[in-house]
Design a protein around this ligand. Structure first.
Ligand code: MN
Length: 432
C-alpha cells in the first residue's frame, strides 16, 4: 500500500498562483489526466490550482524521470499505469520538487495552461468496465422497493456483487445525456412498448482505475490488491429505471445503463490518497465471516476511503435565474460494504485478468438516511416522495434540462484536503 511521505505535508506550498488555497488541486494532490490546450493536440497533464501542467512537453524536453518519460508521449495514461507504482511515485516526487522549489518557476511556467482554456479528454483507453454494488444502504433501499420482505439477496454479504458494463459509452464530464429510448412495460400494461425513458436517474459512484496487469489464471491476493489501484475518479452511472425494471431479470442491468456513463477527468492517484485511508467499518453482528481469499488484516485496517461525495441538481430554470445547484445528498465512501482491494481480489479470484486502464465502479454509495442517498430512486422513494427544490420545482426523477453535478473531497485531520474536480452532465431531450 502506498506510503505517506514529504509530498503529503500539510504545510507544503507551491509558487503556482492560488494553488495553496485551491479546494481540489493543491500541490499535495497532483492528479493525472489528458487535456488539450486551446490550440494544440491532446497530451498528459497534472492539475495544479486553476492551471494544468503539460507533462508530455516536460518529458519531451528531458525534465522528467527517464522511468516515466517514454510513457508520457501518447495522449492516454495506459502506458504510465502499466509501469510499477514506484515509477508513478518518482513522477509525483519530481513534480512536487519542481512545484515547491523556487527554481521550478523558470522551467515550468512555459508549460502551465489555464485549465479554463483547455478541453479535457478521457484519461484512459478503457478496455473493460465493471460496475460493483458495494453500497449496502443503496442495495437495501433498492431491494426494498422490489422485494419489501427480502431487500438484500442471500449472496450480498458473501461476494462483492458486480456486472460487466460497457466501455464504449464511457465519456468525460460535460457530455450531454440524451434521454434514452427503450423497451418499457408498466405493471398495469399487458405488453411492452418502445418509447423514451420516463424515470431517468443518476447514481453517485467512485471509479477505480486499474494499474498493472495480472496474467490470466493468476488471481491477485487481497493483501496485494491495493498495489493494483492506479487512482480514483467520480462516476455517474446514469440509469433508466423503467427499462431496468423490465429487463433486469435474470441477467441484471443491460440497456438501462449502457447508453452513457460519465467520469470526472482527473485521476486522483493511489499515491495522493495515502493519508486518506480508514479502517473498514465493522460488520454487523450476525453478518457472515469473510472468506479467507477476501480477507487481509492490512486491508481491514486501512482499505476504506476517507472521501466525502456530494451530488447536486441544477434545473434549466435554476440556470436561467443564475441560482446555484441544490445539494441532493452528501455521503462518506466508507459506507461501501467491500473495499476496493476486495473488489480486485474477487474480480481476479477465478483467474480473470485486469489490465491497465480497466475501470471499476464502486456501485451507488448511499448513507444510512435520506441526506446521504446516492440516487433519486432512493431520495424520492421510487416516485412516492418527490422532493421540492428551493425555487418550488418538484422532482421524482430527472427532467429534460436538469444538470447533475458530482464533487468529492478526501479529508483527514492533520492533512491538506484534496478534491476530485467535477463530474457533470445535462439531460437533453429524447434521442432522435
Ligand atoms: Mn451503478
Amino acid at each position: 500500500m502506498s506510503q505517506i511521505d514529504h509530498s503529503h505535508r500539510a504545510d507544503a506550498s507551491t509558487w503556482v498562483d492560488g494553488a495553496d488555497h485551491h479546494p481540489d488541486f493543491p500541490v499535495q494532490n497532483l492528479p493525472l489526466g489528458v487535456f488539450a490546450p486551446a490550440s494544440g493536440a491532446a497530451r498528459i497533464g497534472t492539475a495544479i490550482g486553476d492551471y494544468i501542467l503539460d507533462l508530455s512537453a516536460m518529458a519531451a524536453q528531458g525534465h522528467l524521470p527517464q522511468a516515466v518519460a517514454p510513457a508520457l508521449r501518447r495522449p492516454t495514461l495506459n502506458p504510465l499505469f502499466a509501469l510499477p507504482a514506484s515509477a508513478r511515485r518518482g513522477l509525483r516526487h519530481a513534480l512536487f520538487e519542481r512545484l515547491t522549489g523556487e527554481d521550478g518557476y523558470a522551467l515550468l511556467h512555459p508549460h502551465l495552461h489555464r485549465a479554463a482554456h483547455c478541453a479535457m479528454h478521457l484519461p484512459f483507453q478503457v478496455g473493460d468496465y465493471t460496475d460493483f454494488y458495494t453500497g449496502i444502504h443503496h442495495a437495501a433501499n433498492i431491494g426494498r422497493q422490489f422485494r419489501p420482505d427480502n431487500p438484500l439477496l442471500p449472496n450480498y454479504k458473501h461476494i462483492p456483487i458486480a456486472y460487466h458494463g460497457r466501455a464504449s459509452s464511457l465519456r468525460v464530464s460535460g457530455e450531454p445525456l440524451f434521454r434514452p429510448r427503450g423497451q418499457i412495460k408498466p405493471a398495469a400494461d399487458d405488453a411492452p412498448r418502445y418509447e423514451p425513458c420516463r424515470p431517468l436517474d443518476y447514481e453517485l459512484e467512485l471509479g477505480i482505475w486499474i494499474a498493472g496487469e495480472n496474467p490470466r489464471g493468476a488471481p491477485v491476493p487481497v493483501g496485494d490488491a491495493a498495489d493494483r489501484i492506479g487512482g480514483y475518479c467520480l462516476l455517474n452511472d446514469w440509469s433508466a429505471r423503467d427499462i431496468q425494471a423490465w429487463e433486469y431479470q435474470p441477467l441484471g442491468p443491460f440497456m438501462a445503463k449502457n447508453f452513457l456513463t460519465s467520469l470526472s477527468p482527473w485521476v486522483v492517484t493511489q499515491e495522493a490518497m495515502a493519508p486518506f485511508r480508514l479502517p473498514q467499518r465493522a460488520r454487523a453482528a450476525g453478518d457472515p465471516a469473510i472468506l479467507p481469499h477476501l480477507l487481509h488484516e492490512r486491508d481491514q485496517a486501512g482499505g476504506a476511503l476517507a472521501i466525502t461525495l456530494e451530488a447536486g441538481l441544477r434545473t434549466a430554470a435554476m440556470r436561467a435565474a443564475r441560482q446555484p445547484a441544490h445539494r441532493l445528498s452528501e455521503v462518506g465512501a466508507d459506507h461501501m460494504y467491500w473495499t476496493p482491494a476486495q473488489m480486485i481480489a474477487h474480480h481476479t479470484s477465478n483467474g480473470c485478468n485486469l489490465r491497465p486502464g480497466d475501470l471499476l465502479g464502486t456501485g451507488t454509495i448511499s448513507g444510512p438516511d435520506r441526506t446521504g442517498f446516492g440516487s433519486l430512486m432512493e431520495i424520492a422513494t421510487g416516485g412516492a416522495t418527490p422532493i421540492t427544490l428551493p425555487n418550488g420545482e418538484v422532482r421524482a426523477f430527472l427532467e429534460d434540462g436538469d444538470e447533475i453535478i458530482f464533487r468529492a473531497k478526501a479529508e483527514k485531520p492533520g492533512y491538506r484536503s484534496i478534491g476530485f474536480g467535477i463530474c457533470t452532465g445535462v439531460v437533453t431531450a429524447a434521442m432522435p
